[in-house]
Design a protein around this ligand. Structure first.
Ligand SMILES: *Cc1c(COP(=O)(O)O)cnc(C)c1O
Length: 400
């Protein structure tokens, strides 16, 4: 099956009882056994059926199987949030004395959980620019058990070579884990490129409607599933059936939304690079993106996230935020509606400027999450909001 067919039909492994076309919401916390022997068999894993929703539920499993099919994985697991997916993988493999090598500009909480919670339990992490494979190699230690990539990475839109990183990780006996949230399985399938485990925030493109949080873990082979699933069962980061049903509904239109939003993003990136108020544009679809060739080789398209530099820095960035009308000023991404945010004054305002800049988060950076609206409306909105930031940019230039 090709991708769009898979997205629509992959939950078909669910056995309809009444010929229902949509997977029902099995809103039940527990499942009755016909007799004591069947109960014993379910616990022993020798009879298929369900036991208790923290351990498994038909609606939740239908979603996990559908995401696994799209990622070409052997097994999928659905989790309460993207962070539950990420921390479940860490909990399954990290212990006193282990070490992780990760992308320096990963999703903030991923870095924080490694540097605070897991550090507290004696597992260390080194963050490097994973766009450079030599930096990954140099950071590997004998106790490195996970190489963790986010590609494209937030919000700089830098890529990492997944196949190259897999070779390095495997030569050291480590697993390669990839956060595939920014691309979605429609645009990039890391397991096909050698990764062992993929994690997702389903909150973003997979669900696509900014109305639910959720996560997923997909593994390349059954052995990894057997290592991770007991951790998920014990720590309880399980997805709820109603949440799973909403995300299944979103997943079916992922191909349509991903295509539309990445087409819009390409048009907007080309427009933005000609705008007099924009000093730089980072979008993997532009020829001048340093990893444009890698993007063509490992992705099916270039995604819907764009980073730009607005002339006039902090004040101009804020002025732009205050003037958008079609774009919504909000964090998150991957919804049908376009969102915009200014990390230096919003998500990362708490960090000292030097630390922000070390992670590529300059004062002028504006992050644009492109949605599915008519691109002409999006272009006109960005144009007028950028022009409205011109007075702030002139003041900044005069002060300099
Ligand atoms: C949002 C996000 C997460 C965390 O997902 P939640 O669903 O918010 O827990 C992880 N990684 C990336 C790249 C994200 O964008």
């Amino acid at each position: 099956m090709k991708k769009a067919t898979t997205a629509i039909h992959a939950h078909g492994k669910h056995h309809a009882q009444y010929g229902e076309v949509s997977v029902p919401i099995y809103q039940s916390s527990t499942f009755a056994f016909e007799n004591a022997d069947q109960g014993a068999e379910r616990f022993a894993g020798t009879s298929p059926g369900y036991i208790y929703t923290r351990l498994g539920n038909p609606t939740v499993n239908a979603l996990a199987d559908a995401i696994a099919a799209l990622e070409n994985g052997s097994h999928g697991m659905a989790t309460s949030t993207g962070m539950a997916a990420i921390t479940t993988v860490f909990l399954a493999y990290l212990q006193q004395g282990t070490h992780v090598v990760g992308t320096d500009c990963v999703y903030g909480p991923t870095r924080t959980v490694l540097e605070t919670s897991f550090a507290r339990f004696g597992s260390e992490a080194t963050f490097v620019d994973t766009a450079d494979l030599a930096q990954i190699s140099a950071a590997m230690r004998t106790n490195t058990c996970i190489v963790y990539l986010e590609t494209p990475a937030n919000p700089t839109m830098k890529l990492a070579d997944i196949a190259g990183a897999a070779a390095i990780a495997h030569a050291h006996g480590a697993l390669l884990v990839v956060d595939n949230t920014f691309a979605s399985p429609y645009i990039q399938r890391p397991l096909d490129l050698g990764a062992d485990i993929v994690v997702h925030s389903c909150t973003k493109l997979i669900n696509g409607h900014s109305d639910v949080v959720g996560g997923a873990i997909v593994v390349r082979e059954e052995k990894l599933y057997r290592q991770i699933k007991p951790t998920l069962n014990l720590f309880g980061g399980t997805m709820d059936p109603h949440q799973a049903w909403l995300i299944l509904r979103g997943l079916q239109t992922l191909p349509l939304r991903a295509e539309r939003s990445q087409q819009n993003a390409m048009t907007l990136a080309r427009f933005l690079r000609t705008h007099p108020m924009v000093s730089w544009v980072s979008y993997p679809g532009l020829e001048e993106h340093p990893q444009h060739e890698l993007a063509k080789a490992q992705m099916d398209g270039f995604g819907s996230m764009i980073a730009i530099g607005v002339k006039g820095g902090m004040e101009a960035g804020k002025a732009m935020m205050n003037n958008v009308k079609v774009f919504t000023l909000a964090v998150s991404l991957g919804g049908v509606e376009s969102l915009i945010e200014h990390p230096a004054s919003m998500t990362h305002a708490g960090l000292p400027r030097a630390e922000r800049e070390a992670a590529g988060l300059t004062d002028d950076l504006v992050r644009i999450a492109v949605g599915c609206e008519d691109v002409e409306d999006l272009r006109a909105d960005l144009d007028q909001a950028l022009n409205a930031a011109r007075p702030a940019a002139l003041v900044a230039a005069a002060e300099r």
